[in-house]
Design a protein around this ligand. Structure first.
Ligand code: 4AD
Ligand code: MG
Length: 461
């Protein structure tokens, strides 16, 4: 007989039919005449109840099962007289595939702290929270691809190892095969030419620059992959390894990009509400009871659009006691972003036209000469979810900015070339995947929405 997934049994099982189910024991209750076992196979949040009667030859085995054991059960699907479940399985035969020592198995039937669960990241996928997290991540990854594919975007795989620094120096992990205990040196300088690539190479912080190359040939492209930042920020919203979605669109200015970002977030919110209902209800119940309301709000709201200058005015008039002072020309801190989207405007806000001094040199300079066509999308509970811009497509302006920033024109000659041969207005953004998972689930720490978090001083598993 073929194995049935528990999800399929609840969705389209038929009472009276024979089934084979396999999974891990969550709990067991035994009396003299009957044993009830709850098993999970991760296909859904719901456990399936297995009933083993005393006259069943497997009853003794069943009565000795403990949490974490793996079992294979054949039996008949029957409507459950008990509350909370539609069906249960009346076991005919039960096989124990793997035991689980109750003295040492760390997952017991109680709530464990997220900190403890991070230490057992090899077992935490078996908890309700991590099962739900994995299913929501999966479903969102699928929705990301269908959103762009339905709009005719091409998925481009940009390199993970790169020699170019898209986001400014200081936060890149170097990739090297040099023996760090015995570096080849020219005086006090490391001989980079003896390294694997003949020059310094790094893990990418963003696929943007390479995506631009493809946008200027295929018009509408996106990347979706891991990115790496060696920022020493131990916060609930920063990882050293995280996934980013980066669309890059030719013949598109900032307004078009803002529209794309709004449509994209609405699509993702709607998708999880529709396709991950059970898991989202679980998060709403156990993690943040505003999760569903926030998601429904996204689908029905018009995102607010304000300029950075207007944002500064709102913050200065707010009467709030911010830790970081607010003044035109300084970057918005997380507390400022959250005030704007949570308290003042109470829905997603797209902030545009930041001072050029605090943004990257690839962003298009406005006619005022002071601001650039940057855009950040801020959402309640998270703050910045998306960062993007219209790109500087004018070679002379870009060259001036590179000179000011001390960036070698030679090293980025290919980036400048794109502005010499058929340059066009183009725009793109990056959406942090884990922050988006945090946003749709209400899980407060980013370490708990990725299977294996990498943060300063921690790269376990
Ligand atoms: O704003 P960022 O730095 O933008 C870029 O990298 C652009 N090159 C993207 C583009 O235009 N194609 O990063 C984009 C998003 C942020 O808004 C945030 O959601 C997420 O990536 N992010 C992080 N997420 C987790 N941990 C970190 N350390 C992150 N740094 C950025
Ligand atoms: Mg940013």
């Amino acid at each position: 007989m073929q194995r049935s997934k528990i999800k399929d049994i609840f969705n389209r099982g038929q009472a009276g039919g024979d089934v084979l189910v396999q999974g891990w024991v969550k709990t067991r209750r035994s009396s003299k005449s009957v044993t009830f076992i709850q098993i999970s196979d991760g296909s859904t949040l719901q456990d399936l109840q297995i009933v083993v009667d005393e006259d069943n030859p497997g009853h003794e085995k069943a009565a000795s099962l403990t949490t974490g054991c793996s079992v294979s059960v054949e039996g008949v699907l029957v409507e459950s007289p008990g509350q909370g479940q539609k069906y249960e399985v009346q076991a005919r035969s039960l096989e124990v595939l793997g035991g689980s020592d109750p003295e040492t198995y760390p997952l017991q039937k109680k709530r464990h702290s997220p900190e403890f669960l991070r230490e057992i990241a090899h077992l935490r996928p078996r908890t309700n929270t991590f099962g739900a997290m994995a299913r929501v991540r999966n479903s969102m990854a699928y929705a990301i691809h269908t959103f762009f594919q339905d709009r005719g975007f091409q998925f481009i795989q940009t390199p993970i190892i790169t020699a170019s620094d898209a986001e400014g120096a200081g936060s890149m992990f170097r990739v090297t095969t040099l023996d760090l205990n015995d570096l080849p040196k020219n005086g006090s300088q490391v001989k980079d030419e003896e390294d694997f690539f003949g020059k310094p190479a790094f893990l990418t912080v963003s696929g943007q620059l390479e995506a631009e190359i493809f946008a200027l040939a295929l018009s509408d492209v996106y990347t979706f992959g891991p990115t790496f930042r060696a920022e020493n920020s131990n916060t609930s919203r920063h990882l050293a390894e995280f996934w980013m979605v980066e669309p890059e669109v030719a013949f598109c200015q900032l307004d078009g990009l803002a529209e794309l970002a709004e449509d994209f977030l609405k699509h993702l919110s709607g998708h999880v509400l529709e396709n991950c209902r059970e898991d989202i209800e679980f998060f709403n119940k156990w993690h943040d009871d505003t999760t569903i309301a926030t998601l429904e709000g996204i689908a029905n709201s018009q995102f607010e659009r304000i300029t950075y200058t207007e944002a500064i005015e709102l913050l200065q008039k707010s009467g709030e006691n911010f830790e970081y002072p607010v003044s035109w020309g300084t970057d918005l801190q997380s507390e400022h972003e959250r005030y704007l989207t949570e308290k003042k405007i109470q829905k997603p806000v797209i902030v545009t036209d930041y001072p050029k001094g605090i943004k990257r040199i690839y962003m298009r300079v406005n006619d005022d000469g002071e601001t650039v066509r940057a855009m950040d999308v801020l959402v309640p509970r998270i703050g910045e979810l998306i960062g993007g811009s219209q790109r500087e497509e004018r070679r002379d302006v870009l060259e001036d900015r590179m000179t000011e920033a001390g960036i070698s024109h030679d090293e980025y000659s290919w980036y400048l070339d794109l502005r010499s041969y058929g340059t066009v207005p183009h725009s793109g953004f990056g959406l942090g995947f884990e922050r988006t998972v945090q946003f749709v689930t209400g899980v407060s720490n980013i370490r708990d929405v990725i299977p294996f978090p990498r943060t300063p001083k921690s790269a376990e598993f």
